[in-house]
Design a binder for this molecule. Structure first.
Ligand code: RB5
Length: 153
C-alpha cells in the first residue's frame, strides 16, 4: 500500500509520529510536509495529498492540521476523494466500513497521540463493507458529475 501524508504546523508533530508508524509497518509513504514548525497554510499541503489520491498515484492519504477541519474541507473538493475527519476509534473504523474513506483526517491538537496512532492502525486494516453503502457512495459520485442542481428546492 502506498500512502501520501501531509500536515500544516498544527498537525506536524502528529504527522511525524504517523510517518514513523507507517515506515515501521513497511508501508510506502510519500511525505509532502510540513517539515518544520513554521506557520503555513493548510490548503497548500492538503491539496498535494488530495491530488495524489484523486489521480490514483497513491492508494490512500492521511492529513493532519490543528483540528482536522480545514484539511477535510480541502480534501473533499477533489473528485473520488472521500476524506473523513475522525475523532475516535469508532469513527476511524466506521469511515472505512461504511464510507470507504480514502483519506483519514486527524486533529493534531484535539487527539492524544496514542489514540491517534491506534486510529491509524484500525483505519488501515478495516475493509469497506460494500452492499447498501456502495449505493450511497454511488450517489456521491453522481454529485461529483455535476448532476446536482442547486436551484431546485
Ligand atoms: C492553524 O492555526 C489552524 O487553523 C489549522 O491547523 C486547522 O486547525 C484548520 O482547520
Amino acid at each position: 500500500m502506498k500512502i501520501a501524508i501531509a500536515s500544516d504546523h498544527g498537525g506536524r508533530e502528529l504527522k511525524e509520529e504517523i510517518v514513523a508508524l507507517l515506515k515501521e509497518k513497511g508501508i510506502d509513504v510519500m511525505d509532502y510536509g510540513a517539515d518544520n514548525p513554521e506557520s503555513v497554510d493548510y490548503p497548500d499541503y492538503g491539496i498535494k495529498v488530495a491530488k495524489a489520491v484523486s489521480k490514483g498515484t497513491v492508494d490512500r492519504g492521511i492529513l493532519s492540521c490543528g483540528t482536522g477541519i480545514g484539511m477535510s474541507i480541502v480534501a473533499n473538493k477533489f473528485p473520488d476523494v472521500r476524506a473523513a475527519l475522525c475523532t475516535n476509534m469508532y469513527t476511524a473504523r466506521m469511515s472505512r466500513l461504511h464510507n470507504d474513506a480514502n483519506v483519514l483526517v486527524l486533529g493534531g491538537r484535539t487527539l492524544e497521540k496514542e489514540v491517534a496512532l491506534l486510529m491509524v492502525e484500525a483505519w488501515l486494516k478495516t475493509e469497506f463493507e460494500g452492499g447498501r453503502h456502495q449505493r450511497r457512495l454511488d450517489k456521491i459520485k453522481e454529485l461529483e458529475k455535476g448532476l446536482f442542481n442547486n436551484k431546485e428546492e
